[in-house]
Design a protein around this ligand. Structure first.
Ligand SMILES: Cc1ncc(COP(=O)(O)O)c(C=O)c1O
Length: 399
């Protein structure tokens, strides 16, 4: 539809709808098997636990839960999050921890804090689509680093060291654990290297980690943010973002960031202008739930179920497509990242797949530039193992 005679801002006109969101419209059709979205399995939501937490909040803390709150976040939730972060080796204080409305808001805030039009930022290729959407509104110049089996190829940053000051990147965005979309985690050695590089070159790194608790077997390496706290000066150049969306419930819209104090102060000001604060009601519910200790047991359940689903989808893909598909190594998260080695282009394949009633996300949307047209992202968490197998059968029909 033409935009009437409204004189929209360049920023508004540049905003594109995410292909994943558009695909989710198909996902609402029960005949369609969706391997496209990034939805956690709804059957593992701890509905009773959240109901009890909500009832307790309304009974005992209704004033703070229904009143305006502090932009930085509710003190009770911050206390619970500090404990959670400490279990990962990250020290946070009231002045460095900010509760956000989902971690997505954190990405938007960091973009606003750093990027002027045309300034350089570094992302991985492939990277999280909605991070690109948030960053795009600030019209940056992107530099991409590749991803291999060890995660982001951070050594490629060396090529940026001798650029004139105004062309040097201001921000590096990495998804360190079971990344969306690649499923890959960054190795410990690379995390250390990146923290050291950041402090030496004075470039801010945002580590986005919503999937780190969704592992099978052993936990991923120590977060970059924790490593940075043991390297002199590095915690001034490394920040951390995470969320309850993947482990508890995305509908709560609870995320957080741990940032150097000077940056946290700026980000709080930006957030004030955006939404005053994240919902006090859901913050209090989340705090009560975390205090109950129920999350640990729930995570065990989710990890086991996701492990089975990931293995089922991986095996079905390997059996069906053999050497025609290469799959990135992963031991957690919510996605399988594949690449057809026979030149199959995944965007035309999607059109055929919709006819066969299965959907996935063509990989090209996850690149800031030079997309790989043969790649695709498959979600394994929101369909049952039987539906995953059937989904791959339909995909083979589409091929
Ligand atoms: C890498 C990554 N970061 C951030 C988010 C945003 O999550 P939320 O805003 O629900 O915390 C997502 C959601 O899919 C994601 O995959």
């Amino acid at each position: 539809m033409p935009p009437m005679n409204y004189r929209f801002s360049t920023r508004a006109l540049s905003a594109k709808s995410s292909d994943v969101r558009d695909l989710l419209l198909h996902a609402q059709n029960p005949d369609i098997i969706s391997l496209a979205g990034g939805l956690p399995a709804a059957e593992f939501f701890d509905v009773d636990g959240i109901r009890n937490a909500a009832a307790s909040v309304l009974k005992h803390s209704s004033t703070s839960a229904l009143q305006y709150g502090m932009t930085e976040g509710q003190p009770r939730l911050k206390a619970a999050l500090k404990k959670h972060l400490a279990s990962k080796g990250i020290r946070a204080s009231d002045s460095t921890l900010i509760v956000t409305t989902g971690s997505q808001q954190g990405l938007d805030l960091i973009a606003r804090a750093f990027i002027n039009e045309g300034e350089t930022i570094v992302v991985e290729r492939p990277t999280y689509l909605a991070a690109l959407q948030a960053f795009n509104l600030c019209a940056p110049n992107y530099v991409s680093i590749n991803i291999d089996d060890q995660g982001g190829c951070v050594h490629e940053l060396q090529s940026l060291e001798n650029l004139p000051h105004e062309q040097k990147p201001k921000l590096i965005y990495v998804v360190t654990n079971f990344a969306n979309p690649s499923g890959v985690s960054m190795s410990l050695e690379r995390r250390r290297w990146l923290a050291q590089w950041a402090v030496k070159n004075e470039v801010f790194v945002l580590e986005d980690d919503p999937y780190g608790d969704l592992y099978d077997g052993s936990a991923p390496p120590t977060p970059l943010a924790a490593i940075a706290q043991s390297i002199p000066g590095a915690s001034d150049w490394c920040g951390y973002a995470s969320s309850l969306s993947k482990c508890l419930a995305p509908g709560l819209r609870i995320g957080w960031m741990v940032l150097p104090e000077a940056l946290a102060r700026i980000v709080v000001r930006l957030k004030q202008a955006m939404d005053l604060h994240t919902s006090t009601l859901t913050q209090e519910i989340a705090a009560t739930y975390l205090e109950s200790g129920a999350m640990d047991d729930r995570l065990v359940l989710i990890r086991n179920a996701y492990k089975l689903r990931r293995q089922t989808l991986t095996e079905a893909l390997s059996k069906t497509f053999g050497s025609r598909i290469s799959i990135s190594p992963s031991t957690g998260g919510m996605f399988i990242w594949g690449r057809f080695t026979d030149g199959t282009q995944t965007r035309p394949l999607l059109a055929k797949a919709i006819e066969e009633k299965v959907i996935f996300v063509p990989g090209d949307v996850f690149y800031a530039s030079d997309p790989d047209q043969s790649s695709l992202r498959l979600n394994f968490t929101s369909a049952s193992p039987e539906r995953l197998i059937e989904g791959v059968r339909r995909l083979a029909m589409a091929m």
